[in-house]
Design a protein around this ligand. Structure first.
Ligand SMILES: *[C@@H]1O[C@H](CO)[C@@H](O)[C@H](O)[C@H]1NC(C)=O
Ligand SMILES: *[C@@H]1O[C@H](CO)[C@@H](O)[C@H](O)[C@H]1NC(C)=O
Ligand SMILES: *[C@@H]1O[C@H](CO)[C@@H](O)[C@H](O)[C@H]1NC(C)=O
Ligand SMILES: *[C@@H]1O[C@H](CO)[C@@H](O)[C@H](O)[C@H]1NC(C)=O
Length: 468
């Protein structure tokens, strides 16, 4: 696990600005900022899980609820004689930690991380008091009453029909190991798609890109790997374009695949795969910018760095432009978003299916340089924050109408039974001064802080348009 605060500098500029100022105006800005901070009545001193000062979003009173720092106090049970061989092998000497308990299929705390079916969120039966509440980690049912299968996914907003489409790995098959040293896997079934108007009630639209059962040479043969599908709409061609990580069972192919459809609910036609820019590509995402350009971001060089490059105008291929970013930092599971002209990215470390610490990075240009800002997780407890609330980033969804407010979407993988992996949705707020100074010589970026707030239960603000 990586250490934070690698680039800590002795001084911090505490100033809430989404923009940047050049070094020459830093002094004047500093004076201005300090004055503003003095005058601001919204300035709150708050202990955010060991963090410093926070400036809250004030545009909607209900956002304060989302920014409450909720603590968790979970007692680790005393070690028992019998532990699963898997967990015992992994950590033979150390005393039990919450991560051990998480990875132990027989842990007494299993229900905390993977609550049973009884308490599933059933959008029909639970309508009433419980409606619209997100319970990170609970089984989440679609409108047919089946657990949603959209792992490692992403969400597309179709603005004409005001409908959200959630795409992800459909993993409703048995988990097994292809060989002794192979990672836990589920055969490719396809990309699942769900639609929703309110981001809470999801209708199963079926498998929009299906595995090939019999063609062993095809990328989508069930024995291969299809991960992290993301869909973007191309305004020029009117097509929905899906990009995904394509691999063999041993993760040696390290490629990206592309598929295309005329409608958001598919079916998508698979066009083929490639190693983008000639490089290995594993965890990946696609980001569509305000100007209509789309970018691919992928882990490369044995996951030691990320590569970012623009797609062609039709989004069906990469161009020759590519930048290496976060070189040597070993990050994966990238999720990009933009706020007030600054690009932000959440990433995870590389520890297989086990959870690890998320980091947030920021950049003025999407092609970099990217600066690492630290761990965005707030609340829970220390172990929750060091494990991204026992989950891994996959997507960040802007909430239309509430600038600075996003939903952080992550997967709580269950390597013992991958189909039972859960979703962790939490409010992500960009506001307040960054609590970690950045490494710049001639520019002093004044990024806002990115915070992901732990909640056992939360809902979107009442005024949110999806609730009509
Ligand atoms: C649940 O809803 C019912 C009526 O719909 C109400 O009487 C009750 O107080 C609610 N309970 C809670 C805990 O909000
Ligand atoms: C199997 O897949 C390969 C690669 O996509 C393709 O070239 C071939 O035509 C397919 N074979 C059949 C029988 O569909
Ligand atoms: C994966 O690796 C194992 C062990 O090295 C090997 O037996 C198997 O053939 C490989 N499978 C593929 C699809 O490359
Ligand atoms: C994608 O672009 C590369 C060059 O950047 C080109 O060699 C390749 O043929 C293109 N692939 C497709 C499917 O157009």
């Amino acid at each position: 696990m990586r250490m934070r605060n690698k680039y800590r500098k002795p001084t911090t500029l505490r100033c809430n600005a989404g923009s940047r100022c050049s070094f020459s105006v830093v002094v004047w800005s500093l004076v201005g900022c300090l004055l503003l901070l003095h005058l601001s009545s919204n300035f709150n001193h708050k202990d955010g899980g060991g963090r410093g000062v926070q400036l809250r979003i004030t545009h909607h009173p209900q956002f304060r609820e989302l920014q409450e720092v909720e603590e968790e106090n979970i007692q680790i049970p005393p070690p028992r004689g019998k532990r699963s061989p898997r967990a015992a092998k992994r950590r033979p000497k150390r005393t039990t930690t919450l991560i051990d308990e998480f990875l132990d299929e027989n842990s007494q705390l299993r229900h905390i991380f993977f609550p049973g079916r009884k308490r599933a969120i059933d959008p029909l039966k639970n309508a009433g008091n419980d409606s619209y509440y997100y319970y990170p980690g609970r089984i989440w049912l679609d409108t047919d009453g089946n657990p949603i299968q959209a792992h490692g996914g992403g969400i597309l907003y179709e603005k004409y029909s005001k409908t959200y489409y959630w795409y992800g790995e459909y993993k409703d098959g048995p988990t097994y190991h292809a060989h002794k040293k192979g990672p836990a896997r589920v055969d490719i079934i396809g990309v699942g798609c769900y639609s929703s108007k309110d981001l809470w009630t999801w209708k199963n639209e079926g498998i929009v890109l299906a595995a090939k059962e019999t063609n062993e040479t095809h990328d989508l043969h069930k024995s291969n790997v299809l991960e992290r599908p993301k869909v973007v709409y191309n305004d020029k061609t009117g097509k929905y374009v899906m990009w995904m990580h394509i691999d063999d069972a041993n993760y040696t192919k390290a490629a990206v695949g592309v598929a295309v459809s005329d409608t958001p609910d598919g079916p998508f036609d698979y066009l083929g795969s490639q190693r983008p820019h000639g490089y290995e590509s594993r965890d990946m995402t696609i980001f569509k910018d305000d100007d209509g350009l789309a970018y691919i971001v992928y882990s490369s060089e044995d996951n030691s760095e990320l590569h970012i490059g623009p797609l062609t105008e039709d989004y069906l291929n990469v161009t020759s432009v590519m930048r290496r970013v976060l070189v040597g930092q070993h990050r994966e599971a990238p999720a990009l978003f933009k706020h007030q002209g600054t690009y932000y990215m959440i990433t995870s470390g590389c520890t297989g299916w086990a959870p690890n610490e998320a980091l947030v990075h920021a950049a003025e240009s999407i092609l970099g340089p990217w600066e690492t800002m630290g761990n965005p997780c707030m609340g829970g407890n220390k172990m929750f924050r060091l494990t991204t609330f026992f989950s891994q980033s996959t997507f960040v969804l802007p909430l239309p109408g509430f600038p600075g407010s996003f939903i952080f979407i992550a997967d709580r993988w269950n390597p013992a039974d991958l189909r039972d992996s859960r979703y962790v949705w939490l409010p992500l707020i960009v506001a307040g001064p960054a609590d970690q100074p950045l490494e710049y010589t001639f520019e002093f970026p004044l990024w806002s802080r990115v915070s992901i707030y732990w909640h056992r239960k939360w809902r979107l603000p009442q005024g949110w348009a999806g609730f009509k």
